[in-house]
Design a protein around this ligand. Structure first.
Ligand code: 9D3
Length: 246
């Protein structure tokens, strides 16, 4: 997969894209990520990227020309006419695992990051094919949001995760939060690991983990529980344990 990112602060990508899983995926040629500075696509002496807002009001607005020209030059270089051009904006549809799965199917993605100042509406209307927000909180720009999208998408590219990770990510996709995990020491500052985990009884352990996952999801994310696949016995068990937690 190839991902082109257009932004005003390219250095924000330096460290995050050169660590851990994304770093390895890039080294192995599984993903090619190219960062472009929108300022490099201006033509005037001062490399102007923004201007006053028509109609007045506070704040500057990012000019459309450098963004359109950057996107068109990249598409031309890649020799593609159709690719998702995704604007990171607080007005976008909410990002989720299913949006990541959808994006991971494309051979090319282009991400455009605005900043706290607004973006000329013609970029949204005539250039972007999609608008994404990563959640209801205020960021200072689209760069961190683009990094979130890239991280979630790159992990889904076949070959990026080892078999261990991908098997465990399957277990999260049961729609429940994860069960609690412990490692040594068996007792830390007087806090003991639940004894069932030391029992060696794999059936009991699996049942305990499943129930812990359900209980956590019920208390912390009841919205997720509605979509999870629970059997009748599990539903009964929740109603008993949520009313009178041990
Ligand atoms: C009040 C008008 N705007 C400020 C001049 C609102 C505003 C625009 C742009 C607030 C923040 C931003 C910068 N944020 C993003 O570009 C952004 C974002 C976010 O703030 N939250 C969640 N997802 C995203 S994706 C891009």
């Amino acid at each position: 997969m190839r991902i082109d990112i257009l932004c005003l602060f390219p250095e924000m990508f330096d460290s995050p894209l050169n660590q851990s899983i994304i770093k390895r995926a890039r080294e192995e040629g599984l993903v090619d990520i190219v960062i472009h500075n929108i300022r490099d696509y201006t033509h005037d002496k001062h490399h102007t990227v923004d201007d006053y807002s028509y109609g007045g009001g506070p704040g500057m607005v990012l000019k459309p020309e450098p963004i359109f020209e950057a996107a068109e030059m990249i598409k031309q270089q890649l020799g593609v006419t159709e690719m998702p051009i995704i604007l990171l904006t607080p007005q976008g549809r909410l990002f989720s695992q299913s949006v990541a799965q959808e994006l991971a199917l494309h051979p090319h993605l282009m991400l455009i990051c605005g900043h706290y100042e607004g973006l000329d509406e013609r970029v949204c209307e005539y250039l972007a094919t999609d608008e994404i927000s990563i959640g209801d909180y205020v960021l200072s720009g689209g760069e961190l949001a683009a990094l979130v999208v890239v991280d979630a998408v790159v992990r889904l590219i076949p070959g990026v995760l080892g078999s261990q990770d991908s098997a465990s990510s399957d277990s999260h996709s049961n729609g429940l939060l994860e069960y609690p995990q412990y490692t040594r020491p068996q007792v830390y500052r007087g806090w003991a690991v639940p004894s069932v985990l030391l029992s060696g009884n794999h059936g009991e352990i699996a049942q305990w983990r499943r129930r812990q996952a359900i209980l956590r999801t019920a208390t912390r994310r009841p919205d997720l529980l509605k979509k999870a696949n629970l059997c009748d016995e599990e539903k009964k068990w929740i109603s008993e344990n949520l009313l009178s937690p041990k």
